[in-house]
Each structure stands twice: as C-alpha cells, then as structure tokens.
Design a binder for this molecule. Structure first.
Ligand code: ZN
Length: 191
C-alpha cells in the first residue's frame, strides 16, 4: 500500500446521486495510477475496479457517507469483496488517501507485515486479506524480476556505471508501478 493524494472531485453535482459517476471514478483511478488502493494490483480491463466505500455504506453502518468524496477510493474487486462491510471506527483500516501506510505496514519479501504494535496495520492485512496466495505469488514474480535486474547492475566493475544503472531502477519503486511498496523495499536494501 502506498500513500495516495486524493484528487479534487471533478463532478460534485453527480456525486450527490451517483457515487460511482464515470468522471469521478476516473479521477480516483488516475490518482492511484490505475491500481487498487489496498493491494496495489493493476486493475485490468478484464477485472473491473470498483469505487470503494472506505467506511461501508451498508444499512446501519455509515449510510450518511455513501456520497461523501472523502469516503471513496479505487479498489479491486477482490479487496472490495474481502473487506465487505467490515469497519470499526475504534480501530479503522489504514487509509492511504489520508495517511502514510508506511507507519503501519512494511514489505517483508513477498509478504505484507504490520509494524510492531500497529493493531490497525494487523487488522487491515487480515480484513482485506492482503496476503492471499495470488498476491504473494505475483509479488514474488515482481521481486525475482527486480532481483535479476539488480544483479545485472552489479556485474559491471565500474562504480559509476553501477550507480547509473541502479538509479535507473529506482523508478521501479515509484508509486505508478504495480506492487511498488515491495519493489522500493528491495531496491533500498540493495543501494
Ligand atoms: Zn486490491
């Protein structure tokens, strides 16, 4: 999970009656580079993204927040299903639009871990099922590819060339890339 900047709502009038109006959905999609706000999967055209209610809209939960822009995010169908209507204001899930996930979560190989003492981090991982097998497998593939690229940087005898090659790899850890939290951690450990 990476920190996201919430965009301005492009169409506040439509938001009043349609929380997933295409114009507003697109703004949320662009803000997370087309990735799920929770698992960082690139949401493909085959696998539609949803407008997610951070605090659930279900009856009796937070119905007043159904059309509230600050309560909406862009999310893959798997995370949306896992999370369902779980949300406890006493221990809220980590919200990448309003806080830095690094304060609660860390990448450990292909696994997502909570930081020591972070109950919110631990609850988020369990509730959204952020270590489901499919995610571990895809993160592992990404890590292996990156490890090969890093190894290639170390084949040169020139420090200067190595630094240039490693710097070029830095973008693999930028927020626009899939599973960038895991890539950035691996890159930082090899600099
Ligand atoms: Zn997801």
């Amino acid at each position: 999970m990476r920190r996201l900047n919430r965009p301005q709502c492009p169409n506040p009038v439509a938001l009043r009656t349609n929380y997933k109006h295409p114009e507003n959905k697109e703004a949320l999609q662009n803000a997370s580079h087309g990735k799920c706000m929770y698992c960082e999967s690139q949401v493909s055209h085959v696998y539609f993204g949803d407008v997610e209610h951070i605090r659930p809209k279900a009856q009796g939960k937070f119905p007043q927040l159904k059309f509230e822009w600050s309560n909406l995010g862009y999310c893959c169908a798997r995370c949306n299903n896992s999370k369902n209507d779980e949300f406890d204001d006493a221990c809220p899930l980590v919200d990448p639009y309003s806080e830095d996930p690094n304060e609660h979560l860390l990448a450990f190989g292909p696994l997502l871990r909570h930081k020591a003492g972070s109950e919110r981090g631990a609850l988020t991982i369990i509730t959204v099922d952020l270590n489901r097998p499919e995610l571990i497998e895809r993160r592992g593939i990404r890590i292996n590819e990156l490890q090969n690229a890093i190894d290639a940087c170390y084949r040169t005898a020139s420090d200067t060339v190595r630094q240039v090659l490693l710097a070029a790899l830095d973008q693999e850890g930028s927020g626009s890339k899939e599973f960038s939290m895991f890539a950035a951690t691996l890159i930082a450990a090899n600099r």
